[in-house]
Design a protein around this ligand. Structure first.
Ligand code: PLP
Length: 453
């Protein structure tokens, strides 16, 4: 977790963590998880953990769901593989696509399957550029994304992501990708500030398009809310302004719904929650509830028509795309989320309950400055000072400290800088949400004590 050089001087702003806690931060042995059921995991020593992050934002239906296991087993018995190379397909993928388009807003009309979110975003980059070639504007090959965004770990998707370290570790970026700032400012106090900031943040896109030239910019790519970047929920004014700017300059609006899709915010897709309409979107994770790998790129009619009408070919094939096993599990997942009423439950019951409990129980905590989120995803921004307006200078330490302490309390959570992130399974009950919030409170109390606050 921590390189030795980072470990030497661990301090959280002017609040020093006691020496014992330095040692505690350094301990990072691998933990062997041997079993999962519902929202819980057990390690090899029999310790039980409430999984507050649904694996990596993916196990929407929790662990060991019998319907998904049965769907996987039945599919493996019937047809365990079918390539799409010889113009062949399989019933599972056809049924999955039909169900998907039932759930999606109408402009979407085509889906291309991949095995992961990273691959789906790679495919998006290829397709944006191919689209503009076929549309007679081959110059529009630049993609604009955002600092602190995350779109995957392949070289192309990491380039689209806005994390510098990922660029360096990839040995550089692909060409013609630019970034603007993320739509977050610490300490916005009222609705007026938020609205003004949202518009201001969106106008950075306009400035960037004008700087680069609209005839060179093909797409803006972003997560509706940044997941790995810290569950950054933009102000309500942000996305409508982005949509206006993309329309004005004929720039494709591409949403990465890998984390936000399939009910996380209580809406089926996060772009619906924020009220905008993308031209393309990528999906993965919740699509199969994380049980088997699968991703996809969904296109609107306009993109699909241009590809078809121009008679253009688009060569892209993966051995495992549209795998029947993944399709069968995805179909069973969507049926449970939809017909089983799980997304409805997140929208109308457990989602608002989680958000209310977090604010009621933790909103006044000495370390908690802001709470962001909706449905089954939230972030607590930690800060200190009499008005909780001071940000931790060595931010990762306090987050990491909380992550480790949470494990001692039997809770798995994620941190990004000084933000604690929770995204429990969509099936989490009110009682399990109470347990999660209670363990979070114990964790924050530990951190406050260690920081002598
Ligand atoms: N996009 C977003 C928003 C993600 O959070 C992730 C992974 O966490 C990805 C894409 C990459 O997906 P995968 O890990 O399936 O390649």
């Amino acid at each position: 977790f921590l390189a030795k050089k980072d470990y030497k001087d661990i301090h959280v702003s002017r609040h020093l963590l006691p020496f014992e806690d330095h040692k505690f931060l350094k301990a990072a042995d691998a933990r062997v998880m041997v079993r999962g059921a519902g929202v819980y995991l057990w390690d090899e020593h029999g310790n039980k953990f409430l999984d507050g992050l649904s694996g990596l934002w993916c196990t929407a239906l929790g662990y060991g769901r019998p319907e998904l296991i049965a769907a996987a087993a039945a599919q493996m018995e019937t047809l365990s593989y079918c390539s799409q190379y010889f113009n062949t397909t399989n019933p599972a993928i056809a049924e999955l696509s039909a169900k998907l388009f039932d759930l999606l807003p109408s402009p979407f009309s085509r889906v291309l399957y991949t095995n992961s979110g990273s691959e789906a975003n790679d495919l998006m980059i290829k397709l944006v550029r191919r689209f503009w070639q076929l549309a007679g504007k081959p110059g529009k090959r630049i993609l604009i994304a955002r600092h602190n965004g995350y779109h995957g770990a392949t070289i192309a998707s990491a380039s689209l992501g806005g994390m510098k370290l990922m660029h360096e570790l990839s040995g550089g970026m692909i060409d013609d990708v630019h970034h603007i700032d993320e739509p977050y400012r610490f300490g916005l106090r009222d609705a007026q500030d938020e609205t003004a900031f949202g518009v201001h943040a969106a106008r950075e896109l306009e400035a960037k398009i004008l700087e680069l030239g609209a005839d060179r910019v093909g797409a803006f790519v972003a997560e509706p809310f940044q997941g790995a970047g810290g569950v950054i929920f933009p102000p309500a004014s942000y996305w409508p302004e982005i949509q206006r700017i993309c329309t004005r300059y004929d720039v494709l609006l591409c949403a990465d719904e890998v984390v936000g899709g399939f009910g996380r915010t209580g809406s089926w897709f996060a772009h619906e929650y924020f009220g905008f309409a993308p031209d393309m979107m990528t999906i993965a994770k919740g699509l199969t509830s994380g049980y088997v790998p699968m991703g996809g790129l969904v296109l609107t009619q306009r993109i699909a028509d241009t590809l078809a009408d121009c008679g253009g070919t688009f060569a892209h094939g993966l051995t495992y795309q549209g795998h029947p096993l993944a399709a069968a599990v995805a179909l069973a997942t969507l049926r449970l989320l939809d017909d089983g009423g799980i997304v409805d439950m997140v929208e109308n019951d457990t989602g608002p309950y989680l958000q209310r409990c977090l604010r009621e129980v933790l909103g006044g905590h000495v370390l908690v400055a802001e709470i962001h989120g909706a449905g089954a995803v939230a972030a607590l921004q930690l800060a200190y000072g009499r008005h909780k307006d001071q940000r931790f200078s060595n931010e990762n330490m306090v987050g990491l400290y909380c992550m480790r302490k949470a494990l001692e309390h039997g809770l798995i959570l994620r941190t990004t800088a000084a933000r604690l992130i929770v995204a429990p399974a969509l099936v989490a009950t009110r009682a399990e949400i109470d347990e999660l919030v209670g363990k979070l409170r114990l964790t924050l109390d530990d951190a406050a004590r260690a920081l002598k606050m």
